[in-house]
Design a protein around this ligand. Sequence first.
Ligand code: KG4
Ligand code: ZN
Length: 335
Amino acid sequence: MSLILAIESSCDETACAIIKDGNQILSNVVSSQIDTHKKYGGVVPEVASRLHVENITIVIEEAMESADVSMDDIDAIGFTLGPGLIGSLHVGNQAAKTLAMIYDKPLVPIHHISGHIYANKFVNDIEFPALALVISGGHTELVYMKEDYQFEILGTTNDDAIGEAYDKVARVLGLPYPGGPQIDKLAKTGKANYKLKIPKVEGKYDFSFSGLKSSVLQLIARIERSGEAVINADVAYAFQETALDSLIAKTCLAIEDYQPKHVLLAGGVAANSRLREKMGAVDKKYPNTKVTIPPIKYCTDNAAMIGASAEIAFNKGVRCTYNASSDSSMDLLSY
Ligand code: KG4
Ligand code: ZN
């Protein structure tokens, strides 16, 4: 049996979770800063780190209390070492080191994206080889995994991440931050009235979204020039269908080439309702491949996913010292 205390603070969520045996969530506390950052239309890094400092001890205490465990019960402390906002990462890092030092616990450094991938363990055991579609505010990647903690990046975005594109297009449509859930909601009332092209990319499994954002701007300008009213819901619909279809097309290519047993969705954009629908069709299309999507609250940033990843890393002997520095552009390492 293992009990992991996990800490996540890479962006604008201060989070702590207690995870038993890698997939049982004894507690999962997330303090979101969204209401503060909304006022500025996006995350303000200095404000984010200050709020992490204010919240981190409260969140840790809450997670311990609600799991009804004491520090004596904890086997290891997992925390997000990177990537993310450097000031935000530092706060979780210092909290983890302080607890490890005081209570003499092993420290397990975790890559944020590995956490997003292992959030799927809360739904199913992962069957290998697996293919993860990582889609968040900072990442868009197809990751092939022969086994646990063996990450091979097959493709990535040449420019914007998919979540970033959602957030930018939302701003163009006058929607608040974070734009992903707003577009998700608005597109439900939209129709296939406007057409946008799937951006062309060279790399077989690569993506591109900055051109799509420009196409949205050009589309709006064209409609305005013609004297017609822009129907925002239809723009949201056109953007979303095009963006998601490009994700699905590349995922299907990788499924056909690599024949994974399991496809895992990972990251905040996996919370998207239309994508979840479309992935249902992908699941049916490939009977030898199972598709798993974590519940919405484990798609967006949380510490439970860091605990799931930390349990595997802990058992593989991954450790760091009190000198480990947060790494804002950390590579996804295999162990
Ligand atoms: O994984 P995450 O919480 O943080 C990062 O690691 O980046 O992802 C945040 C991103 C944001 O861009 C947000 O707009 C997007 O996920 N997102 C969504 C939805 N919910 C969150 N995008 C599309 N549809 C959603 N329902
Ligand atoms: Zn994330």
